[in-house]
Design a protein around this ligand. Sequence first.
Ligand SMILES: C[S@@+](CC[C@H](N)C(=O)[O-])C[C@H]1O[C@@H](n2cnc3c(N)ncnc32)[C@H](O)[C@@H]1O
Ligand SMILES: [Zn+2]
Length: 216
Amino acid sequence: MSNISQPWHSVRKSTLHGNGVFAARDIPAGTRIIDYGGRRITSEQADAMHPVNPDDPFHTFFFSLSSGKIIDGGNRGTDARWINHSCAPNCETQENTAGTRVHIMALRDIKAGEELFYDYSLIMDGKITKKLQKQYQCLCGNAECRGTMLALPKKKTKGTNNKAENEKSDKASSSKKPKKQDKDKAKVKAKVKAKTKAKEKAKDKVKAENKAKAQP
Ligand SMILES: C[S@@+](CC[C@H](N)C(=O)[O-])C[C@H]1O[C@@H](n2cnc3c(N)ncnc32)[C@H](O)[C@@H]1O
Ligand SMILES: [Zn+2]
């Protein structure tokens, strides 16, 4: 019997973090595995929300669309919300042309039982400090691991031999039109921003509660 209508994936505990999503059968490269579902909210609504888990305030189920809207995977979300990050992923996210949906696509052939990953490449406003990188620490353990789920600025290649390469990179970064990569990264910008604000709010709340408790 054909298993064409069966899901490509299943959800179970991951050795990396909490729940993870795994290939339920062999998945060919280029397969649209699942969509990132959930309620569409504004960034203001996201900012106003409390962390899903106050003990892990940087945990997030938000996925920002290029329109500025956010998909809240924690509300009516699909299993895609359980996909963990890797710096050497076997999947990528793709926004549809209308900018309303996000597909999880297989980057290569994936064997049944393999955990599915995409690179979150989270973008932050302001300087990417060591502290920030640590707060979004990546535990993927790959040789290519950059140590954080944040997107890091590309390092310039030094030396006259790479002049052409450097000029190319300068041109690209000064272009007014966002490159595909920039656009993709921009999608997750609000996601982190919202979560950071939520963390600050949670901290303020604990401070206020402690202060109240300390009152005679
Ligand atoms: C959308 S959830 C993914 C599902 C998650 N495993 C869970 O059970 O909730 C994203 C969160 O998972 C954690 N996470 C995912 N990939 C990670 C990684 N490579 N290293 C460390 N934590 C990770 C982080 O807390 C992140 O904010
Ligand atoms: Zn990593």
